[in-house]
Design a protein around this ligand. Structure first.
Ligand code: SF4
Length: 368
């Protein structure tokens, strides 16, 4: 990552610290930017006169705001970098520091991919789906990323990105419209702050008007979630490298086969650990309690386990048959092979217990 091309917007933070006369501030920085954290601390301390404590635990999102422990240390303000505010209250005054990257990749390379995806979207728009399925057909449909999309009303291109590239979207929308695309920058629910924003756990901007996507960002974390959630074709344009690629349906179907296997494997399990995330934006206590009730209704046992971080060495040893995760949804999807016992999402438990039907296709575990 070329750190010199990132703009860390610290001025507003310094102004706020001075205005409030804060003496002790906690700084939270995403993993990829931690290498620059000490330099930032020097800069904030030098310009504001406050003391800065780095919250050095891993931080992967605005769901993970530091809260009561920092309060106990006497911290008056949390400065959270690289993520935007979501619909949670950590109980601490928090200042969000935007980070933007100045790279703007050429569109030319991604156009052939977008053209082929638009054709898929147009074919889908004109196709109609069957209403009734046999059990076998329903399971096939579950595994079929291509065939399990919900009905479309249009074949628009949805333009999304990760947060440090969202400032590019309006400009790219215009350029794509000049190329003949009908472009929408989706606006999501309360967990998302900015138009075109996606999170690994929330793709609520998706609509039946969008037939395919272009993602501006790097890595496959957001693309995997978006295609798992929507079943729609997705092209990726990386502002750091300029590379244009697509999220392959084969890759998504491999993940769906793995989810299918895990669901089948817990059918006879009798005891489950139900994981509750302690991070403010991951805590789904009511969902965890609903899963416990559901298990009890099926004559099974559910143990509620609350954790800040979830990892194999923290849970593998419990004498249960499987785990249901209500913390960050991506732990079950992206990391399940690291665990020695099946780790499934709440929706997957409902399918395993026969409460949800296979034929409705895979339902991504979204935090609203
Ligand atoms: S995907 Fe996980 S880590 Fe990222 S914002 Fe959502 S809950 Fe937090």
């Amino acid at each position: 990552m070329d750190l010199d091309r990132h703009d860390f917007q610290l001025d507003e933070l310094v102004d706020r610290i001075k205005k409030n006369d804060n003496q002790l501030v906690a700084l939270q920085v995403p993993e990829g930017l931690k290498i620059q954290a000490l330099e930032m601390m020097d800069s904030i301390e030098g310009e504001s006169g406050a003391r800065v404590i780095l919250a050095a635990d891993p931080c992967y999102g605005a769901c993970d705001l530091v809260h009561d422990k920092m309060k106990m240390m006497g911290v008056e303000l949390v400065a959270h970098m690289g993520h935007s505010q979501m619909n949670i209250d950590s109980g601490m005054p928090t200042h969000f520091i935007p980070v933007t990257y100045d790279g703007a990749p050429e569109l030319a390379e991604v156009i052939p991919i977008l053209d082929s995806h638009r054709r898929i979207a147009e074919e889908r728009l004109s196709s109609t789906d069957k209403e009734e399925f046999s059990e076998e057909e329903a399971k096939e449909k579950f595994l079929d990323a291509v065939g399990r999309f919900s009905p479309l009303e249009d074949s628009r291109l949805g333009l999304v990105g990760s947060i440090q590239h969202l400032h590019l979207l309006e400009n790219y929308k215009e350029m794509l419209e000049e190329q003949g695309y009908d472009v929408e920058i989706p606006v999501g629910g309360d967990r998302l702050t900015l138009p075109g924003q996606v999170l690994g756990c929330n793709y609520s901007g998706d609509s039946s008007k969008i037939g395919h996507y272009l993602f501006l960002g790097s890595g496959d974390f957001h693309p995997i979630g978006l295609v798992l959630h929507t079943g729609k074709p997705l092209a990726m344009l990386d502002p750091y490298t300029g590379d244009a690629t697509e999220m392959s349906f084969d890759r998504i179907e491999r993940i769906l086969r793995q989810r299918f296997g895990l669901i089948m494997s817990v059918g006879d399990s009798s005891s489950f650990g139900i994981l509750i995330g302690e991070k403010p934006g991951q805590m789904r206590r009511n969902l965890a309690l609903r899963m416990k009730r559901l298990l009890e209704n099926h004559g099974k046992k559910g143990y509620l386990l609350a954790l800040d971080h979830v990892g194999p060495d923290l849970i593998d040893f419990y004498p249960v048959d499987a785990f249901v995760n209500t913390a960050c949804p991506r732990i079950a999807i992206d990391d399940s092979t690291r665990y020695s016992k099946p780790l499934i999402t709440p929706y997957e438990l409902e399918v395993a217990l026969g409460e949800k039907k296979w034929e409705h296709g895979y339902q991504f575990d979204e935090i609203p």
